[in-house]
Design a protein around this ligand. Sequence first.
Ligand SMILES: NC(=O)c1ccc[n+]([C@@H]2O[C@H](COP(=O)([O-])OP(=O)(O)OC[C@H]3O[C@@H](n4cnc5c(N)ncnc54)[C@H](OP(=O)(O)O)[C@@H]3O)[C@@H](O)[C@H]2O)c1
Length: 250
Amino acid sequence: MDLYLKGKTAVVTGASQGIGRAVAKELALEGVKVFVTGRNEALLQEVKEEIIAAGGAEPVTFAQDFVAPDAAQKIAAAAFAALGSVDILVNNAGRSNPLDIVASDEGWGASMILDFERHRQLTQQFLPHFIERKQGAILNTISTFELRVMNGSAVYKAALVAWSKQLAGEVGKYGIRVNNLQPGLIDTENVRRFFNEEERKAFAAQQIPLGDFGEAQDMANMATFLVSPRAKYVTGSIVAVDGGMRHSAF
Ligand SMILES: NC(=O)c1ccc[n+]([C@@H]2O[C@H](COP(=O)([O-])OP(=O)(O)OC[C@H]3O[C@@H](n4cnc5c(N)ncnc54)[C@H](OP(=O)(O)O)[C@@H]3O)[C@@H](O)[C@H]2O)c1
């Protein structure tokens, strides 16, 4: 299926590894010029080489700590300078943040900034451009709501969902779509911190109908569709890629 992505441009945050890296690579293989950002310069360089070796359009790399106060402005300025115009924004940077039930404001604040505020701010940098061009696809990587333990990231990803649904309601008239991609458990560094091989198998056997954690590529496949013109009637949605882990009715 042609996704009609050839010649488009995309900004992907948290693209140095894991889900963001797979999304950036898949978009590049579809002919999208990608702007990849994260902190780790060596990994970003690796992403660039991997994409070129796979035959994708040469990406632009930009190392930036996303929690720096001016991160959104800096990323947007660099993206506009490198790409000219931007069609797609993938808000993916983030990190699971387990917290005690009585936790410090610093602990909660760290997730608020990384998992909600910077995504809102970066999106706002691109919105006037999207509105002017009457097009734009925004995709947020969110979190699994069914968590049973305290985790700052999941709480602020829930805020991101609420905000993105409001935004989808406001900007549909400009041809801008805003969606959320919800991972179950995807095998990345972020998640390997919490499950060793044996725990992963035991958890998957009990909780995941498809029997194992997913791969970053599984997320990338769905992400690529959701930001493509093929998904032109999809907005304000939460799309789960979780091997059937969610078991609520809707
Ligand atoms: N894997 C899962 O099952 C799962 C479950 C729920 C939610 N998620 C969400 O999915 C997204 C991707 O996670 P992942 O599993 O792919 O994790 P990952 O492999 O650890 O990748 C996280 C990415 O975010 C970037 N990042 C983190 N903190 C940053 C900061 N301060 N400044 C700039 N970049 C930063 C990292 O870049 P650098 O290290 O280069 O800074 C990296 O590229 C996250 O938002 C995460 O919350 C994943």
